[in-house]
Design a binder for this molecule. Structure first.
Ligand code: SAH
Ligand code: SF4
Length: 368
């Protein structure tokens, strides 16, 4: 056996990958389920402590494998209880994860990429540029860490009850790593979350929304932000590749595959840009009689951007207009602003940016 070879990190491996791994070692498939429970439910990373594995198997694992958790660089706590962690992602880079406690649930907002290539005009992560995709281990490691350091809930369950892919990066541009993570989140041998409690937020990568619909039916949130192509082209540049009509058609197909479960449309409220009653009416026109709800996000500012948050009255007016027409509409409560943990403020540390043109980005995304 070549003990100098890089050890395999089991942290990001889903059940069937672990089963193949054990099969190669001549082991029965249930070893995969045992190891998943040790790692993700008991949060044991030392093979020697996995006492229901035979001693000889533990020794083999020690030689060829590891369970490596991302290194935490910083933890910040907001006055409202929101917690933000900064995780090391190599070469001086770092990504951020945010825990949002609410009565009855604990939501973890996780990152999927170091930076983001999609360059939405109002997003701090986009302004940073793109460095690389996170591995499945680096993504699920954020959940592992939160459950490890946060006290369990009153019923003894882990602190994290809901996951949203709304941290740094575009999850569907890192499909290869995100899919095994979704499997782990839903697996009864790992996190055991229901599909309703796991939400992928996407700026609209149509081909991968389609794939996701076929391969893993979790909740979907779509960053719409504008009710027409002219405005959306400016705010969310991927719209030039997948315009609104194509995106919405794909959304309705996604919903239809899953008994018409509602899709959430996120709409950032930018003062004087997309927040008039005419915009609300146009938005209603796109979503009426569809399995859609709208989540308005008050814009969170960051250094060097050109936008302002719509004022409270204007947000309320926009929301009322949609509600009066019968569209379920909520406004997201801004959390963790004092520690730069609110939506769109996550910047982590991104250097060595890979600057890519939109056409190259689409190729990159299609390959992911
Ligand atoms: N890339 C994915 C998920 C990460 S962003 C996506 O775009 O959907 C999570 C949400 O925060 C998205 O709806 C995004 O558009 C929104 N957002 C980005 N920047 C923001 C800002 N400055 N203020 C408020 N919301 C923002
Ligand atoms: Fe990327 Fe989402 Fe930010 Fe757009 S809003 S730049 S897709 S992280």
């Amino acid at each position: 056996m070549d003990v100098t070879a890089e050890k395999l990190n089991l942290l990001g491996m889903r059940q069937h990958a672990l089963e193949s791994f054990f099969a190669e070692k001549g082991e029965r498939s249930f070893r995969a389920r045992q190891v998943l429970q040790w790692i993700h439910q008991r949060r044991i990373t030392d093979f020697d402590l996995m006492t229901d594995l035979p001693k000889s198997l533990r020794e083999t694992l020690e030689l060829v494998a590891k369970v490596e958790i991302p290194i935490t660089i910083a933890e910040n706590k907001s006055a409202d209880g929101t917690i933000k962690w900064l995780f090391e992602s190599g070469a001086g880079q770092a990504v951020e994860t945010v825990f949002i406690p609410e009565p009855g649930r604990g939501t973890l907002c996780i990152s999927s990429q170091v930076g983001c290539a999609l360059d939405c005009a109002f997003c701090a992560t986009g302004a940073q540029g793109f460095n690389r995709n996170l591995t499945a281990a680096e993504i699920i490691g954020q959940v592992w860490h939160a459950n490890e350091v946060l006290p369990p809930r009153a019923n003894g369950e882990p602190a994290v009850t809901n996951i949203v892919f709304m941290g740094m990066g575009e999850p569907l541009a890192n499909y290869r790593s995100v899919l095994p993570v979704l499997d782990l989140l839903l697996s009864d041998f790992a996190y055991g979350l229901s599909r309703r409690r796991v939400t992928i937020s996407t700026s609209g990568l149509v081909p991968n929304i389609e794939r996701l619909g076929d391969e893993c039916n979790v909740s979907l949130a779509v960053s719409l932000h504008a009710p027409n192509d002219e405005l959306r082209d400016r705010l969310v540049p991927i719209n030039k590749v997948h315009p609104i009509e194509e995106l919405l058609d794909c959304c309705w197909r996604y919903a239809a595959k899953h008994s018409n479960r509602f899709i959430t449309f996120e709409y950032v409220m930018l003062g004087g840009v997309n927040d008039s009653l005419a915009h609300a009416d146009e938005l209603y026109g796109l979503l009426q009689d569809r399995p859609a709800k709208v989540n308005l996000i008050p814009f969170n500012s960051f250094a060097g951007n050109e936008f302002a948050r719509s004022d409270r009255a204007r947000i309320a007016r926009f929301q009322d207009r949609l509600r009066q027409k019968g569209l379920v509409t909520t406004t997201r409560k801004t959390r963790g602003e004092d520690i730069d943990a609110a939506c769109g403020q996550l910047a982590g540390k991104v250097s060595d940016r890979v600057r890519v043109r939109l056409s190259e980005k689409t190729t990159r995304i299609a390959m992911a």
